[in-house]
Design a binder for this molecule. Structure first.
Ligand code: FMN
Length: 318
């Protein structure tokens, strides 16, 4: 059950989703230890990189060389993309430890934040085929000559900015654009105005795989191995990107890969928290705060108490 994305050979088809305030370097390691084959940083604004914004750059922490990590970028156009990537190459060349181990780049066209949509980025670009094509092509050309160890490039899309765009199937021409330039396309099977509780429309993933010559990664509502099997059977997706299930339990990857239960023991939670704390000393407080609550919630759940916030409050959850 391996998966090839461009020149990247992955041990299995289960990817940890980019998640704001969640997927810092130490949490990515925890999910990788449980079986996630590829992990992503949270969404990073290309504009922040271009402006040398320290807090943006701090978020791109790939100091753990063992954990396969992709950078997720939010860009408004191809110039900004190339400028941001050029800056990272320079920083990596200056031996800054944060930027040495990026093996993939993923572009975000799904963030529902009004601030992102207002600048014409994220899902506002889904119906702009010319602009999207230019961005994909610029990324593909950059990959050919980059000094970073990037082996695959892809994009994560939604089904449209809103219901009318989803009904008009704006996602289908994007598959053709991705075929021409990218190594994979992830489809979060909701439009950007949908609520996270609305069921994902997997039939759209099936429509995409029929047109795709590159791997399509399905995203939305995969919580268990059974869900994954239904996803692949009904859509022919090559893999699954896992978000909320990994917040609930990083051990979901152990369950997905068939190596054990997705429910950890108390001892496993305690050890994971100790390791997380030891590895996250340079991590921004927002991550440490969230994960302190997250580990506590996992302990409570073992005792049958499933109360408390299940998700950090971020702009990605509508
Ligand atoms: C807390 C949180 C933060 C998120 N941050 C991002 C992000 O930075 N970039 C992104 O593309 N999607 C982000 N998402 C969306 C997820 O990657 C994913 O597309 C969505 O949750 C659906 O997958 P799921 O059903 O497995 O949760 C976020 C989701 C959550 C719950």
């Amino acid at each position: 059950m391996s998966l090839r994305l461009g020149a990247l050979e992955l041990a299995n088809p289960f990817l940890l989703a980019p998640m704001e305030s969640v997927t810092d370097v130490a949490y990515r390691r925890l999910c990788w230890e449980q079986g996630a084959a590829l992990t992503f940083t949270e969404m990073i604004r290309a504009r922040g990189i271009v402006r040398n914004n320290k807090s943006t750059l701090d978020l791109i922490d790939t100091t753990d060389p063992e954990v396969p990590t992709g950078l997720q970028l939010m860009v408004a156009n191809e110039r900004e993309l190339i400028e941001a990537l050029g800056k990272l190459e320079k920083l990596a060349a200056s031996s800054h430890p944060h930027f040495q181990n990026l093996i993939a780049v993923d572009l975000n066209f799904g963030c529902p934040s009004p601030e992102v949509i207002k600048i014409g980025a994220g899902p506002a670009l889904l119906k702009r085929k010319t602009r999207l094509g230019l961005i994909f092509e610029a990324l593909a050309q950059w990959k050919k000559t980059t000094t970073l160890p990037v082996k695959a490039v892809g994009a994560k899309i939604r089904l449209g900015l809103n219901r009318p765009e989803q009904d008009a199937k704006v996602y289908l021409p994007i598959v053709e654009l991705a075929n021409a330039s990218l190594d994979w396309l992830t489809i979060h099977a909701r439009h950007a105005r949908a609520q996270s509780g609305d069921p994902a429309t997997w039939s759209a993933i099936a429509e995409a795989t029929q047109r795709a010559t590159i791997p399509i990664i399905g995203n939305g509502d995969v919580f268990t191995r059974d869900d994954f099997e239904r996803l692949t059977k009904t859509t022919r997706a090559s893999g699954a990107l896992i978000a909320r299930a990994a917040i609930r339990s990083p051990w979901v990857f152990r369950g997905l890969t068939g190596k054990g239960s997705h429910t950890p023991t108390l001892e496993e939670i305690d050890a994971a928290e100790r390791h997380y704390l030891a590895r996250s000393t340079d991590t921004r407080p927002k991550f440490r705060q969230w994960h302190a609550e997250g580990f506590e919630r996992m302990r409570r759940r073992l005792k049958g108490d499933d109360s408390g916030p299940q998700m950090p409050a971020t702009e990605h959850m509508s």
